[in-house]
Design a protein around this ligand. Sequence first.
Ligand code: PEP
Ligand code: MN
Length: 251
Amino acid sequence: VTVGNSVCVGGDAVVMIAGPCAIESEEGAVSLAKQIKSAGGHVFRGMIFKPRSSPYSFQGLGKAGIPVLRQVREQSGLLILTEVRDPFEAELVADHVDIIQVGTRNMSNFQLLKHLGQIRKPVILKRGMGSSLEELLCAAEYLISYGNTDVILCERGIRTFEHFTRFSLDIGAVPALKELSHLPVIVDPSHASGKNSLVWPLTQASLAAGADGVMLEVHEHPEAAFSDGTQSITPAEFAKISGRAGKVAAA
Ligand code: PEP
Ligand code: MN
């Protein structure tokens, strides 16, 4: 899948997607994006519509975040990814971003998938936390059969009885999805583990299993993040991971 004429997901190089759980301010986002770019990142995850489990948690900047996404793209040179939860949000962001994300909670939002099938922007489709690989592939089929073949699958951990980690990363999903489909597969070790100390080991495991890229949550001050601070790594940690990822994939 070619994104923004410059990045190929599913080609020879590992694609590094990075950014905060949610954009908190323009200044913070631009500063972080510049650091991600100089560390070798390709795509900035700039989330403005957050599907939070609790209605009392930070919900994202919403529509007010769209000019921030434009600023980040202009000032950092990174491609932009954002998540949408319904067709209305998809229409709002379509002209301002390079990839649209469907999160775990919306993998089975078929009306959204049909709509994104018609928009024809590359889509990252995250596996539902309680969904089988077949269900994930059927969700991808909605996008494709409605006209959008630029689909990137994302393993982001599934619910199991294990609670030390936030979810259980299904590493076997990576080679299995490659066997079952032609679509590129990336992994999100941040949401899978919920712990920043596990991000690098799980990144290595993902790349060793054949993942085409990873999506990592990065924050300048993880302890002060509005959301998901415990799983966020610092820009310095991201730079270290980014510098070593290609070597792991090559090995
Ligand atoms: C995210 O990537 O911002 C996110 C909320 O992830 P997930 O849908 O996998 O929980
Ligand atoms: Mn998050």
